[in-house]
Every structure is written in C-alpha cells, then in structure tokens.
Design a protein around this ligand. Structure first.
Ligand code: HEC
Ligand code: HEC
Length: 310
C-alpha cells in the first residue's frame, strides 16, 4: 500500500527533526560559594520571602484559600498550551516533596525552571520573574523549604501534547544566575527588585501577550484587562498614570491599602490580591515598592473597576 511506503520516510524525517531538540542540557547548579558570607542566608529570611512577600502558598498551598497553611501542593492550573500543571509539594517529604533535593537544586528550579531530574517546569511556576533573585535570597528560600515538616502528598503533572512538543523544539530552562541584588532599603532600586523578582506583583499586574502569554515587559505594571479565567478579579494598573493607575495615591495611601486591604476609594480588595500576607511586609520594603512604582513611566490603561464597584 502507498500509505505503508510513506511510513519509513516519515519516521526518518521525524527523527531528524526531533533529535536536535531532544534532551536540553542541564543548567549548571549554582553554588553558595558565590554568596558573600553564609550570614546572608537564613531560614528566617526564606520564611519572610515564601510566606509574606512571594506568597508561594497561593499556588503551592494544600488549600489555595489559605496560603499560610502547609505547602503540600495539588492546586491545578489548566491551560491549552500546557495541559494540567499542579502546584508541587514543597515540603521535605522524601518521596513526594523536596526531601531529596539539595538547596542548589531548589535554587535552580526557582530561577531557571529546571527540575532536579532535568525536566522543564511548566511556566505557571513564575521562574521568568524569579530568574533575577539574588543568591542570598534564593538559598534562604531553599533553606526554609528544607525545614518544612514533611507532608506526604503525591502531586501528578499532566502536560499535554502541545507542551511536550514545545519542550522538544522551543522551550528550554533559562540559563544564567544572579549573584547579588541591590542593597536593601527604602529605595526604588530595591523596590524594583522586590516587586519583580521576589514578590509576584509583576506577574499579576503586567499584561500578557503573544501565543505563550508571556508578560509584556514593555507595559510593566499596566494592569491586566484580560486576566486568565481563574482570576476572580482584574489586577489594576499600578503605574503612576493619575486616571487609570495609582498616580493619585500618596505613599501613605499605598501603605494603608496593603496594611488594611482597603484602597483610598474605600474598596476592600479581593484576597486573591494577597494583602492578608503582604500586610506583614516591613514598612521599608513597602515604601521601596511604592517608590519603584512611582519611577515607572505612566501608562494609560483602563482596567475595569472591581466587581463591587459595578
Ligand atoms: C502562579 C503559581 C505559582 C507560584 C506563585 C509559585 N509556584 Fe512554584 N510551581 C508552580 C507549579 C504549577 C509548579 C509545577 C510545574 C511543573 O511541574 O511542571 C511549580 C514548581 C515548583 C518547584 C519544583 C518542585 C518540583 O517538585 O518539581 C519549586 C521548587 C517551586 N515551585 C517553588 C516555589 C516557590 C519557593 C515559590 C514562591 C517564591 C513558588 N514556587 C511560587 C506554581 C507556582
Ligand atoms: C495573585 C495575583 C496578585 C499578586 C501576586 C499581587 N496582586 Fe495586587 N491585585 C491583584 C488583584 C486581582 C487586585 C484587584 C483586587 C480587587 O479588585 O478586589 C489587586 C489590587 C492591587 C492594588 C489596588 C489598586 C487599585 O487601583 O485599587 C494594589 C495597590 C496592588 N494590588 C499592589 C500589589 C503589590 C505591590 C503587589 C506585590 C507586592 C501585588 N499587588 C501582588 C492581584 C495581585
């Protein structure tokens, strides 16, 4: 049959196409030696990042409504490009969590998107933002995660054909590491570091673009008019545009909104905006973020008001 004669050339062609893309190389493991003094690395700093600033529990919590609870995972994210990606178990259970991972392997997962076994993590895990997290902060996060009591919970990942194909041809772990972040303090530079690379303000408040729904870095913090379906509210424009952004907010307004969850318009924010956790941030860190947001170019982008205003 004609069909059968076609099979062999097709198989050969496919192999030729697939082989070059197969098995991307491992990103080298980062080493703590690059950190100026182990003193900057602490489980307490890691806890502050994981629980208060980064709020990893919003995706990795056993109950996503309680990000402060155990980080044993299971919450499902569905996307036609990925299939089903589930927040993984970050506790120290050796079989189903990170018990057998080294700190360096955890740091590589955070910043490069590569699992211990070399597999690329679904980009739901925001490694494109964490890529610039400093060695000291990333190793602190790893140290804190290793200290979590083990919870046995096997989390299954179900990548679909589109994501598997993407991994063969287009997608690869992001190489490179960062040694140091800007010095901490109530400065715009440190605020930019926190807002983009430690907290996920940028991940939620920046519009996404293109086939891969990647953050549109040319419109950083301009808000999301079309958020993914599972967002219960639209993340507003945080640029200093006076009409559509937060240009009219004073520093005190900003701190009060994060501390109390109530905006200057007397709206209580949906807890999906993780203010219940962010309210524990230090005033200096919040001031730094405000000062950074003020330094952004104002972008006019009307994100519709929260449902309570309609
Ligand atoms: C927007 C949701 C989201 C946020 C926020 C998030 N993660 Fe993830 N993370 C995921 C998903 C989903 C996976 C699984 C991806 C996969 O296996 O393909 C993952 C995977 C991981 C892995 C790899 C573990 C494994 O077993 O493969 C680590 C480590 C990790 N995340 C740590 C963190 C830390 C620490 C934070 C906070 C600083 C964080 N994540 C924030 C969604 C998220
Ligand atoms: C998980 C997604 C998410 C993350 C992470 C997030 N936000 Fe939000 N944010 C939202 C959503 C959604 C709203 C709108 C809430 C509502 O309408 O009730 C919001 C509202 C706000 C508002 C109120 C703006 C207005 O005009 O009313 C401010 C200010 C804000 N976020 C700042 C931040 C900062 C600073 C960070 C990082 C430290 C951050 N957000 C992280 C989703 C997020």
């Amino acid at each position: 049959m004609k069909l059968r004669r076609l099979v062999t050339p097709c198989a050969l062609l496919l192999t030729a196409l697939l082989l070059p893309g197969c098995g991307h190389s491992q990103v080298p493991l980062p080493s703590l030696a690059t950190v100026p003094g182990d003193a900057n690395v602490s489980s307490a700093r890691g806890e502050y990042i994981v629980r208060t600033v980064g709020v990893c529990g919003g995706c990795h919590g056993a109950d996503e409504k309680n990000p402060d609870g155990p980080l044993s995972g299971g919450h499902a994210f569905r996307d036609w490009r990925l299939g089903v990606a589930r927040g993984s178990n970050l506790t120290s259970d050796t079989e189903t969590g990170l018990g057998n991972w080294s700190e360096a392997e955890i740091v590589r997962a955070l910043r490069n998107g590569q699992r211990k076994d070399g597999r690329l993590l679904a980009p739901v895990m925001p490694y494109q933002w964490l890529h610039e997290m400093s060695d000291a902060d990333a190793f602190s996060v790893a140290r804190y995660l290793k200290s979590l009591p083990p919870v046995r919970n096997a989390v299954r990942q179900d990548p679909n054909f589109v994501f598997k194909l993407g991994k063969l041809f287009f997608l690869a772990p992001r190489p490179g590491t960062t040694a140091a972040g800007p010095p901490s303090g109530a400065t715009a530079a440190y605020g930019g570091y926190l807002a983009q690379h430690v907290a996920f303000c940028g991940e939620c408040h920046t519009p996404r673009t293109g086939l891969r729904a990647e953050p549109d870095k040319s419109r950083l913090f301009a808000g999301m008019t079309k958020p993914p379906k599972d967002f219960p509210a639209k993340p507003p424009n945080l640029t200093p545009d006076p009409d559509t952004g937060i240009g009219a907010w004073s520093e005190a307004d900003f701190l009060k909104a994060i501390h109390t969850g109530v905006t200057p318009d007397a709206e209580t924010m949906n807890p999906f905006m993780p203010w219940h956790q962010l309210q524990r941030m230090s005033d200096d860190d919040l001031r730094a973020i405000y000062r950074y947001l003020r330094s952004l170019p104002p972008i006019r982008n009307e994100v519709s008001p929260p449902p309570s205003k309609k």
